[in-house]
Design a protein around this ligand. Structure first.
Ligand code: NAP
Length: 314
C-alpha cells in the first residue's frame, strides 16, 4: 500500500510502498480515503514520544483519518465491512498511522461512524484538533458571562475552541493576523480580535478586571508568563496544550493552571459528528493535498500561518 513514513526519528518523510496490515483478534482494517494533518505528526516523527512508547520503523505518520471498514478480525462486533468511520489510527509500536491506504483500529480506540452526509476529507479534519478543543473548553470550565482569550484561534484547535466557548455563552477574544483571519474569527463567534504579539496591556484595556480564562495553543512558559497580568484573580484559569504551565506556581497566584492532554474517545467523536451534522460546529479546511504531497503539507504546517486544518486525500 502507499504510505508516507519516516525511516528513523528525524528523517525526512517519504512516500513508501509498505505491506497493508492484517487485522488480528479485536482489530478492524480501514481503507482510508483521507488523513488529517496535525503538528503532533511531525513532532512524533522527530521523537516527541521517544523512550515513552515503543516505535516501529518505518513509521507511518499521522493519527487522524476517515475511510471505510475493509475487514474485521475475530471478536469485532461494533463495526462491519462497508461502514464509513473516522477517528484516530496511530499505533506507534506497530509503525502504523493514517498517512496510508490502510490503517488498523480496535473497538476501544477513538473511532466512530461518520455522519451520513460528511465527506471523508471533512471527517479526517476533525478528530485530534476538535476533540482537543472540546476537552479544553470543558476542562477550563468555560461558562456563560466569562471573558475567554484564545491564543492561536486561527489554527486547527483554535477554530473549534472559539466556537465551543461562544456556544457556552462566553465573550470570546481571539488572536489572528490579517484582515481575512480577523473577519473569520468574528464569523466563528469572537467579539474581539487581537493581533498576535504582546497581549497583556491590550487585554487590560479591553477587560480592566482581566479575562477569566486563557486557552493558549501557541506559547511556551515565557509567552504565557507575559499574559498572566491580564488574567482575573483569584479564580482565573489558564490552559495550555504545550505543557507550558507550572500549576503549583500559578495556584500561589490565585490562578488555576491546566496542562491539557487530549484523551480521544469514540463517544466524543459521535458528539462532534452530531454538532457538525446540526450545523453547530464548522471545521474549516485550510489546505488539501494528495497523500503523496504529505511531506510538503507537513512542512507548510510547520511554517505557521494555519487558517484551519490541513487534510490529505488518499
Ligand atoms: N496537548 C495536546 O493534547 C494537544 C492536542 C492538539 C494540539 N496540541 C498542540 O497545540 C498546538 C496547536 O495545535 P493546532 O493543531 O491548532 O496547530 P496549528 O493548526 O498549526 O495552529 C497554530 C495556530 O497558532 C497561530 N500562531 C502561531 N504563533 C502565534 C502567536 N505568537 N500568536 C498567536 N497565534 C499564533 C498560527 O497562526 P500564525 O502562524 O499565522 O500566527 C496558527 O493559526 C500545537 O503545538 C499542537 O502540537 C496539543
Amino acid at each position: 500500500m502507499r504510505a508516507v513514513a519516516v525511516a528513523e526519528f528525524g528523517a525526512v518523510p517519504e512516500v513508501m510502498d509498505l505491506p497493508a496490515p492484517v487485522p488480528g483478534p479485536g482489530e478492524f482494517l480501514v481503507h482510508l480515503r483521507a488523513a488529517g494533518v496535525n503538528p503532533f505528526d511531525w513532532k512524533v516523527a522527530e521523537g516527541l514520544l521517544r523512550g515513552a512508547v515503543p516505535h516501529a520503523f518505518p513509521l507511518i505518520l499521522g493519527s487522524d483519518g476517515a475511510g471505510t471498514v475493509h475487514s474485521v478480525g475475530p471478536g469485532v462486533t461494533a463495526f462491519r465491512p462497508g461502514e464509513r468511520v473516522y477517528g484516530q489510527f496511530l499505533r506507534l509500536p506497530r509503525g502504523l498511522g493514517s498517512y496510508a491506504e490502510y490503517a488498523l483500529a480496535t473497538e476501544e480506540d477513538a473511532v466512530a461512524r461518520m455522519p451520513e452526509q460528511m465527506l471523508f476529507t471533512r471527517a479526517a479534519a476533525v478528530p485530534t484538533a476538535t476533540m482537543t478543543a472540546y476537552g479544553l473548553v470543558e476542562a477550563a470550565g468555560v461558562d456563560t458571562g466569562q471573558k475567554v482569550l484564545v491564543v492561536g484561534g486561527t489554527g486547527g484547535v483554535g477554530q473549534s475552541v472559539v466556537q465551543f466557548a461562544r456556544d457556552r455563552g462566553a465573550t470570546v477574544l481571539a488572536t489572528a493576523a490579517g484582515d481575512r483571519s480577523r473577519e473569520w474569527m468574528r464569523h466563528l463567534g469572537a467579539s474581539e480580535v487581537l493581533d498576535p504579539g504582546p497581549l497583556a496591556e491590550r487585554l487590560l484595556e479591553l477587560c480592566p478586571d482581566g479575562v477569566h480564562t486563557v486557552i493558549d495553543l501557541v506559547h511556551g512558559a515565557e509567552g504565557v508568563a507575559e499574559l498572566l497580568p491580564a488574567v482575573h484573580r483569584p479564580g482565573g484559569t489558564v490552559a495550555s496544550t504545550l505543557g507550558a504551565l507550572d500549576p503549583e506556581e500559578l495556584r500561589g497566584r490565585g490562578i488555576t493552571g491546566i496542562n491539557y492532554s487530549n484523551r480521544g474517545s469514540a463517544r466524543l467523536l459521535a458528539v462532534l459528528a452530531d454538532l457538525i451534522g446540526a450545523g453547530r460546529l464548522q471545521v474549516h479546511i485550510d489546505h488539501e493535498a494528495p497523500l503523496e504531497e504529505a511531506p510538503s503539507a507537513l512542512a507548510r504546517l510547520r511554517e505557521g500561518g494555519a487558517r484551519g486544518k490541513t487534510v490529505l486525500r488518499i
